[in-house]
Design a protein around this ligand. Sequence first.
Ligand SMILES: O=C(CO)[C@@H](O)[C@H](O)COP(=O)(O)O
Length: 217
Amino acid sequence: MQIAPSILSADFARLGAEVDAVLDAGADIVHFDVMDNHYVPNLTFGPMICSALRDYGVQADIDVHLMVEPVDAMIEAFAKAGASMISFHPDATPHMHRSISLVKDLGCKVGIALNPGTPLHELEEVIQYLDYVLLMTVNPGFGGQQFIPQSTDKIKRLKQMIETRKLSTLIEVDGGINAETIKQTYDAGADIFVAGSAIFNAKDYKHSIDSLRQAVK
Ligand SMILES: O=C(CO)[C@@H](O)[C@H](O)COP(=O)(O)O
């Protein structure tokens, strides 16, 4: 399992130190939520912040979740800024296949992100090209929301879809993941666990990350 703290819940005034702290505490990936106040009703950070984290010395994978529309210009900007993984939503680009190819051509791992209300059949024609699928387990836009329980069944169905096609696509879950909800997502087949408030709202990041890992046992 890979734990990916969402820096949406970090202290932005101390972002470099916050990222160092979660990586020192055992996190695997840095999850970077990009919101444009258009695709989602919130506004966060752009490629300059990603590149600043690289300049600061962050070497871990940076997992960029684009909640923006359109996507292609931001794919190019984030790949240049040091992103390792880039995901976007199918309804944010008119040419999903072209945008997937763009991410891959720029040397990043590619994911498609699905909102809770977006059906799995959106993946039908492209799943074989994906490194991961990001299943949103809350509606995107804000940290600190409650996990949507129906998501567990969706993870199981996605896992089945991947296995039926003999693919090695990873499943990433994001939204309301904490020590109470992580086990059901792990048991359903998730591989990467994004957690914002469950990690950054705790005083001891190592304890909160260890608790997430312990909770699946
Ligand atoms: O993309 C998003 C929200 O749109 C998430 O990454 C949240 O930032 C996760 O926060 P928690 O639900 O874990 O607090």
